[in-house]
Design a protein around this ligand. Structure first.
Ligand code: ADP
Ligand code: MG
Length: 308
């Protein structure tokens, strides 16, 4: 409710909506699979918003187009995911209301985003903590996800780390499983009951996980996107679907956070030079048989470094 009352004022001002629409349109200027209406700023006022009319079908009325083969639902869900990974993890400005009425699809499959009344700007620290948590989840690294949860402020202060770690392990199991929504609810309910039975929690209210206001819209948006996926595949798995996209965009994601993943060129040259020198020394000592081995190590070293 606090978060809602904080935002309702700006949601009522179309000038603000116009600014968000223009900024997000600019961020997707080079992505041909998504379209955002152009605002007419000179005709826009606090209570009037004028923009380009977009022709398309809302996401909840797509079934006929899917049935006759015009639209591939998997490709569409992939586009939605791509757009949201970019907004949430690179641009730090995301459309937080992706319900089917606000998303249209053109006959050629282009995704149209409408309604910029609810747009959230994410502070860099939150984005960094989120990115770290997501990549930890992709690696299935429960320890790092637990750290990520602490960094995001999701863990109730004073909670025993072992409790969170167990919850994270359960969550990762669910996140990677091809389960239906009902099955997921059952697994999480069982985990919760287990915590209660262990007397780790004494009431339903001291659940060790909470949702800070910053993350409310992330969670809601993620749930809406999952809903889009589930619509076309009851066992839709968000993480499985988003992981390859996040990995592919990794360089851009970390660059946008000011973190350079690439080793600098001199560092690579150094490693290669050292490897070559070591190889020469080994050859001198032990003869030709070791050349292949040393070369192999050097190659692997440098390619590891590139990948990193
Ligand atoms: N640029 C547009 N082109 C075509 N239809 C639009 C456009 N903008 C809004 N609409 C239609 O009007 C509806 C309501 O607009 P929207 O911006 O979502 O307002 P609200 O905040 O009331 O949901 C949308 O669901 C869509 O059907
Ligand atoms: Mg709307």
């Amino acid at each position: 409710m606090d978060e809602f009352s904080r935002r309702i004022g700006s949601e009522m001002d179309f000038r603000q909506e116009a600014v968000f629409a223009a900024e997000i349109r600019h961020n997707f200027a080079t992505m041909s699979t998504v379209a955002i209406p152009e605002i007419v700023p000179e005709l826009t006022r606090q209570r009037v918003l004028v923009m380009e009319f977009m022709h398309g079908t809302t996401l909840d009325k797509l079934q006929p187009l899917i049935d006759d083969g015009h639209i591939d639902p998997r490709a569409l869900v992939r586009t939605v995911m791509e757009v949201y990974v970019q907004m949430m993890m690179i641009d730090g400005l995301f459309h937080a209301d992706p319900h089917p009425g606000n998303l249209l699809v053109r006959d050629d499959g282009t995704l149209i985003l409408l309604d910029f009344g609810l747009v959230v700007r994410v502070p860099r620290e939150t984005r960094l903590a989120l990115v770290r948590t997501v990549f930890a989840a992709i690696r299935r690294d429960a320890d790092a996800v637990t750290d990520g949860f602490v960094g995001l402020g999701v863990v109730t202060p004073g909670t025993d780390r072992a409790v969170i770690l167990r919850l994270v392990e359960t969550l990762l199991g669910v996140a990677f499983g091809r389960t239906t929504t009902q099955e997921r609810i059952a697994i999480m309910t069982a985990a919760h009951e287990e915590l209660l039975a262990d007397r780790v929690l004494t009431t339903l209210y001291d659940f060790p996980v909470m949702l800070p206001p910053d993350l409310v819209y992330f969670a809601r948006t993620a749930a809406l996107i999952e809903g889009i996926g589930v619509r076309y595949d009851a066992r839709f798995n968000t993480l499985e679907f988003a992981a390859p996209l996040a990995i592919r965009l990794r360089q851009r994601i970390f660059e946008s956070l000011g973190i350079d993943l690439r080793p600098s060129a001199p560092a690579v040259v150094d490693v290669l030079r050292n490897a070559a020198r070591d190889a020469t020394a080994i050859v001198r000592r032990a003869g030709g048989e070791l050349v292949a081995l040393a070369t192999g190590i050097a190659t692997r070293l440098s390619s590891d470094l590139w990948e990193r």
